[in-house]
Design a protein around this ligand. Structure first.
Ligand SMILES: [Cu+2]
Length: 709
């Protein structure tokens, strides 16, 4: 009898465990994601992540572009049935095949439209064969749900092949956002899509969404990484690492790109600018006399683009989802992770006009093209020409990563005006951080990304939800002024702190501008500083009129050159109008000052949004009011490494990538428990034993009593 009771008890436990691990069922309608109902309080959206190939209609039907008519046909189809360009992932039209990883087999993924204060559930199903994935909703602050931020090994474990995960959150603010993979280098695989949050009212204007991407038609970033080794950086052959000189004198220090895409379509050019593919492009239809809102998303993983429409002025009305005082411009610059909304008046002759996403590359042409087509115009390529900028006819360009450029009037990021004021430095406890950003020469001549000389090493657990298992925590006292370290590092802030971070593109290797993204926040950009004109970007000293550096590396112990700037007293900043963004371009050799109030408890990733740079460790974490972070939902997935107990201390460690000698390993002896945890577990064990004893005694007595009758 006692055995039966025990068996039932174990059975119950087993059942409870099974119920807990069965994933939420996927309903049949999961291939039709898209727009939520305006009136609904809740909304379910579905994303399937799977492998796919460009220039295919189905798995077996390879598509080609006919040179003479520019239309699509299936190879070997002698009846020449035209293929709808929207049925094919075209990319740059190159016949070269490479693997893509896509949301719902489209590139970009489906545009998701939700409403303010709607409870959104995005069900993600990983249908890949071999790789994990996570989805980050870029710009959504995830207030109260920090574990839904989608940053792999920061806020969650990757979703494994065959697994599902449901992102449940409530967007609080309207705006243009996007979703993308935040695992490894999967943005370069095509895992990007628009995420639009609208107010619950009808659109004032008809809208178009424009997702910009950069693309390599031969290899993904992972493959490019592999050909140099994950830690490699410099390739003497010029590929896969391509540090290309730009016309502003800085470099796009990143990996090889072949083309740019607008909504997944683009054309390939040779270095002389000759068009190599005649890909059908994205067409944005307009009617003469009407105005349209365009939502532009910087979904590139490496390149910065300059967006313009021939013969049309752009009225910029929002930056990173935040309203701004409208700016009339000829074009704007947008880096990976940024978004801009603009309005155009379709006030030109009925015709086709080029939409251009140009890059600043000096010797290569990666321009992305799309077509603005007026109703009544022929279905042909535009013949319009790009605006010529001259001394007499200066072009107005918004969000330049430099202050001046020949024949341009630059409106810099801090000259964009917000409609909400920034916090003053004395409106709470003020915390000021100095963060140098760039690349550093580590051991074996390998270059690593760093912030303050520390290359971020993400843990092998979800740091937010398994904080006690985070290893390789930096011992900053050992990362002395000129020393480079590779470890896990966070900035600590408390609820209510007014946080100011001064990012500097300082030090020896500051060749490139970096789009800095802060998760969990929309911050105010108080000031952007640029390198002096004609100064060499590799000269560490040119910034010294603004900051003081202890040595040429500028890793730690940084400060303002003028001490009176400390404590939030930078002269000339306009708190009432400082723009609000979640991603800001730190100019090569310049600085950016951002400020926000720490009112969103969580563990937030701060990193360069160029995927390759983040992979190289260019980031850190914001440990925001840790004790106030709410507990994750019950059953939230965990993950961890499972080395043999002697792994980390034995010579076997030699076969792991070698860490910098200054790295500290927080736990080398496996899982350790705090005193509280120990007594908690001891109590629970005691309770279970006592319960079993009572049940056994009760059963025994019952057996005896039944025998007596
Ligand atoms: Cu970067």
């Amino acid at each position: 009898m006692e055995r039966t009771t025990m068996g039932a008890y174990i059975g119950q436990l087993y059942l409870i465990t099974i119920i807990a691990i069965v994933p939420e069922a996927i309903s049949d309608g999961h291939t039709n994601p898209g727009t939520c109902d305006m009136g609904a309080s809740k909304c379910d959206l579905y994303l399937d992540v799977s492998l796919w190939l460009p220039m295919r209609r189905n798995y077996g039907e390879k598509v080609y572009i006919n040179d003479t008519d520019g239309r699509l046909y299936v190879h070997g189809d002698e009846s020449y049935n035209q293929i709808d360009p929207d049925d094919v992932v075209l990319a740059d039209g190159s016949p070269r095949e490479r693997t893509l990883t896509l949301f719902n087999k489209t590139m970009p993924g489906p545009t998701l439209i939700v409403y303010v204060n709607q409870e959104v559930k995005v069900h993600v199903r990983n249908q890949m064969l071999s790789d994990g994935v996570t989805v980050h909703f870029h710009g959504i602050e995830m207030r109260g749900t920090p574990w839904m931020d989608g940053a792999a090994f920061v806020t969650q474990c990757p979703i494994l092949p065959g697994q599902t995960f449901t992102y449940k959150f409530t967007p609080k603010r309207k705006g243009t956002y996007f979703y993308h993979s935040h695992t490894g280098a999967q943005m370069s695989m095509g895992l990007v899509g628009a995420f639009i949050v609208k107010e619950r009212k009808l659109d004032e204007l008809e809208e178009h969404v424009m997702v910009l991407q950069d693309y390599n038609n031969a290899q993904s970033s992972d493959e490019l990484f592999a050909s140099t080794g994950l830690l490699g950086f410099i390739s003497t052959e010029g590929e896969p690492f391509a540090s290309e000189l730009r016309t502003d004198g800085s470099y796009s220090a990143s990996i090889k790109i072949t083309s740019s895409l607008i909504n997944g379509k683009g054309r390939l050019f040779d270095p002389q600018g000759n068009q190599l593919t005649n890909t059908p492009l994205t067409v944005f239809p307009v009617k003469q006399g009407q105005a349209y809102r365009f939502r532009v998303i910087g979904g590139a993983y490496s390149l910065q683009h300059k967006v313009s429409i021939d013969n049309h002025k752009l009225k910029l009305v929002a930056a990173d989802g935040n309203d701004i005082d409208p700016i009339i411009a000829d074009s704007f610059m947008i880096h990976s992770g940024e978004r801009f909304d603009f309005i155009i008046d379709a006030n030109q002759t009925v015709d086709n006009y080029w939409i251009r996403a140009e890059t600043l590359q000096k010797y290569t042409n990666y321009t992305g093209f799309a077509i603005l087509r007026y109703e009544g115009a022929e279905s042909i390529d535009p013949t319009s020409s790009v605006q010529q900028c001259s001394m007499e006819n200066m072009c107005t360009v918004v969000n330049c990563p430099f202050e001046t450029y020949p024949n341009w009037t630059c409106i810099t990021t801090d000259q964009i005006h917000s409609t909400t004021p920034a916090p003053t430095h004395n409106s709470g406890s003020f915390k000021e951080f100095f963060v140098s950003v760039g690349f550093a020469q580590a051991e074996n001549n390998v270059f690593m990304g760093h912030m303050n000389g520390i290359s971020l090493k993400l843990p092998s657990v979800s740091a937010l939800t398994q904080p006690k298992e985070v290893t390789d925590i930096c011992d900053e006292s050992k990362c002395a002024a000129g020393k480079f370290c590779r470890c896990y590092r966070s900035l600590e802030v408390n609820f209510g702190d007014v946080v100011q971070i001064n990012f500097f593109s300082a030090g020896k290797y500051n060749l490139a501008s970096h789009p800095i993204h802060i998760h969990g926040y929309s911050f105010h950009v108080l000031k952007v500083g640029y390198r002096q004109e004609n100064s060499s970007v590799v000269n560490a000293q040119f910034l010294n009129q603004y900051i003081s550096c202890p040595n040429e590396f500028c890793y730690r112990n940084l400060g303002w050159a003028n001490q009176s700037w400390k404590g939030g007293n930078i002269p000339g900043i306009d708190l009432d109008r400082a723009p609000r963004k979640d991603t800001v371009t730190l100019p090569a050799g310049g600085y950016v000052v951002v400020r926000f109030v720490a009112d969103n408890p969580g563990l937030w990733y701060i990193h360069c949004h160029q995927e390759y740079h983040a992979q190289k460790g260019l980031g850190l974490l914001l440990n925001d009011s840790f004790s106030a972070i709410p507990a994750p939902p019950e059953g939230f997935p965990e993950c961890r490494s499972f080395p043999p107990p002697d792994w980390l201390t034995s010579d076997k460690r030699e076969s792991l990538p070698k860490d910098d000698e200054n790295t500290t390993v927080a736990r080398t002896d496996g899982r350790t428990f705090t005193e509280e945890e120990f007594w908690g577990m001891f109590g629970a064990l005691l309770f279970v034993i006592l319960l079993q004893f009572i049940i056994s005694v009760w059963c025994l007595r019952k057996t005896k009593s039944s025998v007596s009758f």
